[in-house]
Design a binder for this molecule. Structure first.
Ligand code: ATP
Ligand code: MG
Length: 758
C-alpha cells in the first residue's frame, strides 16, 4: 500500500508534491481551476497519515521488507531502539487519522474525499479521517456540547420551510405586515447577519438604515428566541452557534484543537466570515491549517462569502507558505484559453494564467439558437451523435445560470426520451408527505419542537383546529414549557375542554410512537409512524376515492422507509433517530446527484463547482441572462458573474458547447437578448461558431429587420442573420443528420427528433 501511495505521489508535479510534503504550519494553495487542488488535498492527508509530518523533512518512506519485520521483532524483544523506518511512524510527529479534519463544500465532495482516502490508505484509516461540510462538522460539535449554550443535544435542524413558518408566527405576534417587508427578505437579512456573526443584540443596537432594517432587527431577536425555545437551529445557526460555543468555552475549544491537529479546507474562496472564524477557532497553536482555493472561482459573495478571507490569509497567519499551481490537467488548451480570456477581464484578482499539456482539442463550439426550444434540440442532437459514437449520457452536463432555465431542456429531453437528472429540482425530502412523517419523527426525537408539532398536529385531520393550537401555544408560553407538554395533560386545562378528546388521543399516539422507537428498529419505527398516526389510512382512503396522486404519495412513504433502512444498513450499531434526521437535514441539492446512473445531468453552475465532465453545455449565454440583468449595474456584481462563467467553462474536460439564443422565454416573458459579453471576451481563434439552420433560413428569406429590442411581443422573431457580431459562421450544421436516431435507439417513440432539420 505504501508503494501504491508513492506511485500516486509520483504522478504529481513538482509544485503539487511540494504542497503535499509541506506538512507543518499554515499553508495556502492558491491555484486555478483543474490544477489539482482537491487532488493535492487528498494526497496531503494520505501523506500525513501514512508517513507523518516527518515526511518531506528528509525522511523518505520505503517498502517494508522481511528484514524490517525481523528487526522490529528483535527491537521489541530486546527493548532496543526501533528501526529507523518505524521510527518515522512512531515519532510524536506521527499523525493519526483521527487527528485530521477536512472540510469540503458538499457532502458529495466529502464522500469522494473519503473514498479516495480509503483507496489510498485502506478501509479503517481512510474511514477515520473526519471529512465533512462546514454544516456537518458543526452538527457533530453541537451534538456533544449544545447544552453548554442552552440547547438540547437532541436539537432539531430547521430547513427554510420551517424557518418561514417560525418567521410568520413572529410577524403575527409583532403585528408586522408581510406586504411591507416580506418574510423572505427578513430571513435573508437575518441570514446575512449570522454570516457576519452579528448577534440579535448587536443588530438591535446598531442604528438601522431604514424602517425595514429596524423591523429586521426586531424579528431577528424574536425568531432566535423561538428557535431556542424549540431547541432548534436553522442552517446559519449551526455555524453561528458553533462559533459562539468555541469562542466562549475554552475547554471545548481546547478539546477540538487537541483532537484535530491538522485542518484542511477545500474551496476556501467561498467561506463566509463565520466560517472563517470557525476555522481559526479550530486551528490549534501548531497552526497546521491548510486552505485550498481559487480567488477566480469565488461565487458565493451573495451568500456572505468574502474573498478577503483568501486574500488576507497570509496576513492573518504569519509564516504562511503559499504554493501556486499553474498546470491544468482537466481541460484541452482551447477550453482553457477560452477560460483565461474571460477571467482576464476582471480587475479584482491575484492574477495567474493556467496552461496545459493536454492537446488543443476541438475549438469551443458556439451555437446561436433561434429560441430556447431550438437550443434544447441542438443539445439533444449533439448528445445523440456522441451516443451513436459510443459515448455515455453521464459524460454530459448541461449547466445554466438560473434554475428556471432547466425547464425547456427538461421537457425537450423528456419528449425525446433522453434520460436525464436535474440536480436541485424539488427534492424528495421536500415533498409534503415526506416532510410530515419526518416531522412526526422529529418531535419524538425532540419534544420541544413546536414548529414541527404544529405542522402535523392536525395532519391527518383529527379535529384539532387553529384556535385550539393557539390556546396550547399560549399556555405553553405562560408556563414556559413546550406545547407537547401542555398536550400531555390537556385534561387539566379548562380552556382546552372542548378539544380534550382529540388532544388526549394525539397524546396516546405520541406515547405509542415513543414506545415504538424504544422497542423496534428504526425502519420499523418509521413504518409505525406512517401507520399509527393514521397517515396511511388517510392515503388509502384517498386512493379509494380516486385521487391519483395519493398512490404516488404512498409510494414515496414506502421509499422513505427504504431510505431509513438504508441509513441503518450504512450505520449499523451507530444508527440513531437523531442521526437519520440530521442526515436528511444536511443533504443538499448536489448530494442527490447520483453519478452511477447513466444520465445527462442538468444543474446550475453554482452546483457544478469542483466537478468535471467530458462534455459540458453552457446554455443561455446572453446579456440579461448571464450576466444577469441585475448584475449589469454594479462592477462588483459583474465580476462575480464573470467568475461564475469561468467556473462554468472550466468544468469541461474534452469539449465545451456554449449556446446563446436570439429570443428566449423566461419567467413567462419573451426577450431578445444580445450574446453575452463573456462570449465576446473569448478570442475568436478558440471558438467555432454555428448558427441555427432556422436562423439561416430566415436570413436567406430576406430577414425581418436587424435591430434588437428588449421585448418582442408574442415572441415573434425578427433577427437578421447579417446583424450578428461579425465573425465567421460555418453554417450548415445540423442539416447533415436526420431525425429519429435517438428515438429508435432509446425511446422507441414516434416523435421525429430533430425533424425540423431534415
Ligand atoms: P477545481 O478548481 O475545479 O476545484 P481542482 O484544482 O481541485 O479543480 P482537481 O479536481 O483536483 O482540480 O483536478 C482536476 C483533474 O486533474 C482531475 O481529473 C485530477 O485527477 C487531474 N489531475 C490533478 N493532478 C494531476 C496530475 N499531477 N497528473 C494527472 N492528472 C492530474
Ligand atoms: Mg477542487
Amino acid at each position: 500500500r505504501d508503494t501504491y501511495i508513492e506511485k500516486q505521489f509520483g504522478r504529481l508535479n513538482e509544485m503539487q508534491r511540494k504542497a503535499v510534503f509541506t506538512t507543518n504550519g499554515p499553508l495556502l494553495i492558491l491555484a486555478g481551476a483543474g490544477s489539482g487542488k482537491t487532488t493535492v488535498l487528498v494526497n496531503r492527508i494520505a501523506n500525513l497519515i501514512r508517513f507523518g509530518s516527518a515526511h518531506g523533512s528528509g525522511w523518505t518512506p520505503r517498502e517494508v521488507t522481511e528484514d524490517d519485520v525481523k528487526a522490529l521483532r528483535m527491537a521489541i524483544m530486546t527493548g532496543t531502539d526501533a528501526p529507523a523506518w518505524l521510527d518515522g511512524m512512531l515519532r510524536k510527529d506521527a499523525v493519526r487519522s483521527w487527528n485530521v479534519m477536512a472540510i469540503t463544500f458538499t457532502n458529495k465532495a466529502a464522500g469522494e474525499l473519503k473514498e479516495r482516502l480509503r483507496n489510498m490508505l485502506g478501509g479503517e484509516e481512510g474511514d477515520e479521517v473526519f471529512a465533512s461540510t462546514f454544516h456537518s462538522a458543526c452538527v457533530r460539535i453541537l451534538r456533544r456540547w449544545a447544552e453548554q449554550i442552552g440547547y438540547p443535544r437532541s436539537f432539531t435542524i430547521y430547513d427554510t420551510d420551517d424557518a418561514q413558518r417560525v418567521m410568520k408566527t413572529v410577524y403575527k405576534e409583532l403585528s408586522i405586515d408581510d406586504k411591507f417587508f416580506p418574510v423572505k427578505s427578513a430571513i435573508n437579512q437575518m441570514s446575512r447577519w449570522k454570516d457576519q456573526l452579528v448577534s440579535p443584540e448587536e443588530a438591535l443596537r446598531t442604528p438601522a438604515r431604514d424602517t425595514k432594517g429596524a423591523i429586521a432587527a426586531k424579528v431577528y431577536a424574536a425568531y432566535e428566541k423561538k428557535l431556542k425555545d424549540a431547541g432548534a437551529f436553522d442552517f446559519d445557526d449551526l455555524i453561528y452557534h458553533t462559533v459562539q460555543l468555541l469562542a466562549e468555552h475554552d475547554e471545548v475549544r481546547e478539546f477540538y484543537q487537541n483532537k484535530y491537529r491538522y485542518l484542511l479546507v477545500d474551496e476556501y474562496q467561498d467561506t463566509s466570515v463565520a466560517q472563517f472564524r470557525l476555522v481559526s477557532l479550530l486551528t490549534g497553536p501548531e497552526k497546521n491549517i491548510c486552505v485550498v482555493g481559487d480567488d477566480d472561482q469565488s461565487i458565493y459573495r451573495f451568500r456572505g462569502a468574502t474573498i478577503e478571507n483568501i486574500l488576507n490569509f497570509e496576513r492573518i497567519y504569519p509564516g504562511t507558505k503559499t504554493i501556486r499551481l499553474e498546470q491544468n490537467y482537466r481541460s484541452t488548451s482551447n477550453i482553457l484559453n477560452a477560460a483565461n480570456c474571460v477571467i482576464q477581464h476582471n480587475t479584482e484578482r491575484k492574477g495567474k494564467t493556467l496552461w496545459t499539456k493536454n492537446g488543443e482539442g476541438d475549438k469551443v463550439h458556439v451555437y446561436t439558437a433561434e429560441n430556447e426550444q431550438d437550443e434544447a434540440m441542438h443539445i439533444a442532437d449533439v448528445i445523440g451523435q456522441h451516443l451513436k459514437a459510443g459515448g455515455h449520457l453521464a459524460d454530459h452536463a448541461v449547466l445554466y445560470r438560473m434554475n428556471a432555465q432547466s425547464a425547456p431542456i427538461e421537457s425537450y429531453f423528456t419528449r425525446a426520451g433522453i434520460p436525464h437528472k436535474i440536480v436541485g429540482g424539488q427534492r424528495f425530502n421536500d415533498r409534503k408527505e415526506v416532510k410530515d412523517i419526518h416531522s412526526y419523527m422529529s418531535i419524538v426525537a425532540n419534544p420541544r419542537d413546536d414548529v414541527r408539532l404544529r405542522r402535523i398536529i392536525n395532519e391527518p385531520a383529527r379535529k384539532i383546529g387553529n384556535t385550539t393550537i393557539e390556546v396550547i401555544a399560549d399556555l405553553a408560553a405562560q408556563e414556559n414549557t413546550s406545547m407537547l407538554e401542555i398536550i400531555s395533560h390537556a385534561d387539566q386545562y379548562a380552556r382546552l375542554s372542548r378539544s380534550m378528546m382529540p388532544l388526549l388521543k394525539f397524546w396516546q399516539i405520541y406515547e405509542r410512537l415513543q414506545e415504538s422507537l424504544e422497542t423496534r428498529t428504526l425502519d420499523e419505527f418509521a413504518s409505525d409512524v406512517i401507520e399509527l398516526t393514521g397517515y396511511k389510512a388517510m392515503l388509502e382512503q384517498e386512493v379509494a376515492k380516486g385521487h391519483e396522486d395519493a398512490a404516488d404519495r404512498m409510494q414515496n412513504l414506502g421509499q422513505l422507509v427504504n431510505n431509513v433502512k438504508n441509513y441503518c444498513d450504512q450505520h449499523g450499531e451507530d444508527a440513531t433517530l437523531e442521526g437519520y434526521l440530521e442526515d436528511i437535514a444536511l443533504i443538499s441539492d448536489i448530494d442527490s446527484y447520483n453519478e452511477s446512473a447513466d444520465r445527462v445531468v442538468l444543474m446550475t453552475i453554482h452546483s457544478a463547482k469542483g466537478l468535471e465532465f467530458p462534455y459540458v453545455f453552457l446554455i443561455g449565454m446572453e446579456e440579461g441572462v448571464f450576466p444577469s440583468e441585475m448584475s449589469k449595474y454594479s462592477e462588483a456584481d459583474l465580476e462575480e458573474e464573470r467568475r461564475l462563467a469561468y467556473v462554468g467553462i472550466t468544468r469541461a474536460k474534452q469539449e465545451l458547447y456554449i449556446s446563446d439564443s436570439v429570443t428566449r422565454m423566461l419567467y413567462g416573458r419573451t426577450q431578445r437578448n444580445e450574446p453575452s459579453r463573456f462570449l465576446r471576451e473569448i478570442e475568436p481563434e478558440y471558438m467555432e461558431e454555428t448558427r441555427s439552420p432556422a436562423l439561416e433560413r430566415r436570413s436567406q428569406m430576406g430577414g425581418w429587420g436587424s435591430s434588437y429590442s428588449d421585448t418582442v411581443p408574442g415572441g415573434a422573431s425578427g433577427y437578421s442573420g447579417a446583424s450578428g457580431w461579425g465573425r465567421s459562421r460555418t453554417g450548415g450544421y445540423g442539416s447533415g443528420y436526420s431525425s429519429g436516431y435517438l428515438n429508435s435507439e432509446y425511446n422507441g417513440g414516434s416523435r421525429g427528433f430533430g425533424s425540423e432539420y431534415a
